[in-house]
Design a protein around this ligand. Structure first.
Ligand code: URA
Length: 210
């Protein structure tokens, strides 16, 4: 049994989380479990906090306003959404958009560890303070540390982790937008995924369009 309260491998072949009732508040607030999306052998894994209202409705991570920003940044970095895997620390929508509790994060950790183990990605990008602190197991001043690359022991191996602000931060504070886009560009370069990673791309930034 893993230290994260489970079998750690409680995912089927498609990395789908089976019916889970570990977190009573989340069982109450969710419409569905929102699994990660993208190739199960992706070299680049994005980890968010947890589904919001739109994700809960549609059953896919980052499909609301934050997802729009993430999609723009991916395109700007020469990446398609289909090139990467996108997942969350918790798979069920917390009530009233609150942060997941420590207990909820721990309850869901086995699913994330299994996903990391299965993908064995070149790079993990943490989107926001909650996933950064959860995966690094320390407090993180995300605005200052965004863009930093650190090593963390995850799913039984040392993994390269790139810290990022959450895409929603760019909606509250427009001054964070360029930095967020740069960090996603860095993710493409470091992971070797997409045009930039392969040394291609037209070198044109689309930042000025928005
Ligand atoms: N915010 C997250 O952290 N995850 C999502 O899936 C959507 C918004």
């Amino acid at each position: 049994m893993s230290e994260y309260g489970g079998d750690g491998g409680a995912l089927d072949e498609d990395l789908r989380v089976p019916a889970c009732e570990r977190c009573p508040a989340l069982v109450e607030s969710r419409s569905r479990i929102v699994d990660g999306v993208g190739p199960t052998d992706a070299d680049l894994l994005f980890v968010g906090e947890g589904p919001g209202a739109t994700e809960d409705e549609e059953g896919e991570p980052f499909v609301g306003r934050s997802g729009d920003v993430l999609d723009e940044a991916l395109r700007d970095a020469g990446l398609a959404r289909a090139d990467v895997r996108i997942t969350n620390c918790v798979r069920c929508r917390p009530p009233d958009n609150r942060d997941p509790t420590t207990e909820e994060l721990v309850n869901c950790r086995g699913h994330l560890e299994s996903e990391i183990d299965r993908l064995d990605p070149e790079l993990i990008v943490t989107l926001g303070k909650v996933p950064s602190e959860h995966l690094l197991d320390r407090s993180v001043a995300i605005t200052g540390e965004s863009g930093d690359v650190v090593d963390a022991r995850l799913a039984g191996a040392s993994r390269r982790v790139l810290l990022s602000v959450h895409p929603a931060a760019t909606l509250y504070d427009r001054s964070q937008r360029d930095g967020f886009f740069e960090t996603i560009g860095r993710a493409a370069e470091l992971s070797g995924v997409g045009d930039r990673g392969e040394g291609g791309g037209d070198g044109q930034s689309r930042l000025g369009e928005f």
